[in-house]
Write a protein that binds this ligand. Structure first.
Ligand code: ZN
Length: 320
């Protein structure tokens, strides 16, 4: 594909020219490459809205943006409101934004989730506008596809204050719904890290991770898993610090996509980069900083993760 002919957008020419997945081909308009739409969402969420602290006006604005994007697709859209307390008695309000791609012939489902709130420093570009962008683009790419299960795209509020949105969502699931859930795929912080990773459960519970690794292998995408240098986090797995955890606690098979670097620091995946250590939760978590310090990385990761997630959601049926 002649990338240089692409006239649209900010990032034309920066995407690397291999194994692209085209999405949303509208005649007349130039085709977009995987990750391009995701980039636009990241830009809007991180630059236009900025940091999106749980229960703040900016978090609400981000949620409205997501709900609005979901409404454009062939999805059933829902805002799932919840409250949580911090400290002794203070009550805060947040909500999850949900888009359901329903297959009326089945109750089987796959849950894809990412939090859209952020901490108050930086602009939450890596953590976690990146994942929101990738999921919104993937949802659009799969919008007209017939898949033998429902997909629930869930955007969690208030992750940074104790996984509030994902806990609430998982707690609302009935036993039957849990039983019908093929798996939950969580995405968190896809841009800054030196390497791209997928994690899963231990033993047989790691099959969605292994599916992702196979997909990446076929597409020549250098997707890794945690090498298991640190005995606290065995090879292929990770810690319970993001929105996959409440689902894992219900016995649901999880997979988790992230960019970081398990080879450095305390080998706990916390130090994302050799160059700057952790980017998340610092003032460096902006699109401008990432693009200045790591030229091409943002586009490359958005492209890779969008390809991987789209294919995972297509292939996961093979394991039914
Ligand atoms: Zn996060």
């Amino acid at each position: 594909m002649g990338l240089k002919k692409l006239k649209t957008a900010m990032i034309a020419g920066v995407f690397t020219a291999s194994a692209f997945l085209t999405v949303g081909s509208v005649s007349a308009a130039p085709k977009k490459f995987a990750g391009e739409l995701a980039y636009e969402h990241v830009e809007y969420l991180s630059k236009e809205i900025g940091s999106r602290v749980a229960a703040s006006e900016e978090e609400t604005n981000a949620r409205q943006y997501i709900l609005n994007e979901l409404e454009k697709l062939d999805l059933e859209v829902e805002e799932q409101r919840f409250s949580y307390t911090r400290g002794e008695s203070t009550v805060f309000d947040s909500a999850n934004a949900i888009g359901v791609k329903d297959n009326p012939k089945t109750d089987k489902q796959v849950i894809v989730g990412a939090h859209y709130d952020s901490v108050n420093v930086g602009q939450g570009a890596d953590d976690n506008a990146s994942s929101v962008g990738v999921i919104l683009e993937t949802a659009k790419a799969l919008d007209k596809r017939n898949l033998p299960y429902d997909i629930k795209y869930v955007f969690f509020g208030a992750e940074e204050v104790g996984l509030q949105g994902s806990k609430y969502y998982a707690d609302q699931m009935s036993e039957l719904e849990i039983e019908n859930t093929i798996g939950m795929i969580n995405l968190d912080s896809l841009l800054a890290g030196d390497n791209i990773y997928v994690y899963g459960g231990e033993g047989e519970d790691g099959w969605i991770r292994d599916l992702a690794l196979d997909i990446a292998d076929k597409r020549k995408i250098p997707l890794l898993t945690n090498p298991g240098i640190n005995p606290l986090y065995p090879e292929g797995t990770t810690g319970d610090w993001s929105d996959h955890a409440p689902f894992k606690a219900k016995g649901i098979t999880i997979a988790y996509l992230e960019a970081t670097n398990w080879e450095i620091g305390a080998h706990d995946g916390y130090d994302q980069t050799v160059k700057h250590g952790g980017i998340w939760h610092t003032s460096n978590d902006t699109l401008d900083f990432l693009e200045e310090e790591f030229p091409g990385r943002v586009q490359e990761h958005l492209n890779q993760f969008t390809q991987i997630l789209t294919q995972m959601l297509t292939d996961i049926k093979k394991e039914l």
